[in-house]
Design a binder for this molecule. Structure first.
Ligand code: CO8
Length: 258
């Protein structure tokens, strides 16, 4: 376990918590922070005692976007050779569910990071948005793609072209987030939900996450074939035998992730 400079990590039972930790700049995401997030997630993903990952921000906001100080003097060629988005690509390989808890702002790159989570809980006052257009740029870590796949072209165009903020109520309405909570109880409620998923049979959880992700990219036919293989695969697990036996014996199942 190495120590991180831009994030804080903590294990709470079966939950691996990651908190963005540059509160003085509203957790502006510099490249090192993104690398650290990925390293922490991969560590949790390999750890058999961790079943789920929660991502949140310390201080006043989830995060106010990519670090503008770091981007100001960038040029196209240095960005191409730096190839920073390979870190973001690795996010797609995290097998355990990732739940985001958003309070304050999730703007620009931070909204993109939130959209990489499998589920999102937010405080009632949280605000989302892609203000990149106001800086003469555009989202670069999947924003135009993920948001459009999630809410469709109509609202994605409106929000990304205008750069305007999306309230938690609107985000809930358009299916961007799962639920809202009062800010004081956001973390508690998120951890409670994560704790429940952490007690589900781990292999089933893994195959469900993977299959739902395929629905975004695959045709319905290919997605169904993929789902079917995962469904069959779970019948190779002890947890399937245990789950069904426990049902017949009217007792609680004892899942082992095997
Ligand atoms: N980068 C660097 N510093 C920031 C950022 C940022 N994105 N956001 C806020 N800060 C700093 C401020 O400069 C300020 O520092 P200081 O105290 O030294 O002046 C401190 O954080 C507090 O911020 P404010 O005083 O501005 O706080 P307010 O409550 O008045 O305003 C806002 C909050 C509205 C969130 C405001 O800070 C703001 O508009 N921030 C910028 C939002 C933005 O444009 N984000 C998009 C950035 S572009 C982007 O994300 C591109 C993504 C592409 C790929 C992703 C790669 C990681």
């Amino acid at each position: 376990n190495r120590s991180f400079e831009n994030i804080e990590t903590a294990v709470k039972g079966k939950i691996g918590l990651i908190e963005l930790n540059r509160p003085k700049v509203l957790n502006a995401l510099n490249r090192q922070m993104v690398t650290e997030i990925l390293e922490a997630m991969e560590q949790y993903d390999r750890d058999p005692d961790i079943k789920i990952i929660v991502l949140a921000g310390k201080g006043r906001a989830f995060a106010a976007g990519a670090d503008i100080d770091e981007m100001m003097d960038a040029d196209a060629i240095s960005l191409e050779t730096l190839n920073q988005f390979t870190d973001w690509d690795r996010l797609a390989w995290i097998k355990k569910p990732i739940i985001g808890a958003v309070h304050g702002f999730a703007l620009g790159g931070a909204f993109e990071l939130a959209l990489c989570c499998d589920m999102l809980f937010a405080s009632e006052k949280a605000e989302f948005g892609f203000p990149e257009v106001n800086l003469g740029i555009m989202p670069g870590a999947g924003g135009t793609q993920r948001l459009t796949k999630l809410v469709g072209k109509t609202k994605a165009m409106e929000w990304v072209l205008s750069g305007k903020r999306i309230s938690a109520t609107e985000a809930l309405h358009f299916g961007i987030i799962n639920s809202t909570f009062a800010e004081e109880v956001l973390m508690e409620e998120t951890m409670k939900f994560a704790g429940n998923i952490a007690n589900q049979p781990p292999l089933a959880v893994r195959m469900i996450k993977e299959s739902i992700h395929k629905a975004v990219d695959y045709s319905l036919y290919e997605g169904m074939q993929y789902e079917r293989k995962n469904f069959y695969l779970l019948f190779a697990s002890e947890d399937q035998k245990e789950g069904m036996r426990a049902f017949k014996e009217k007792r609680k199942p004892d899942f082992k992730g095997k």
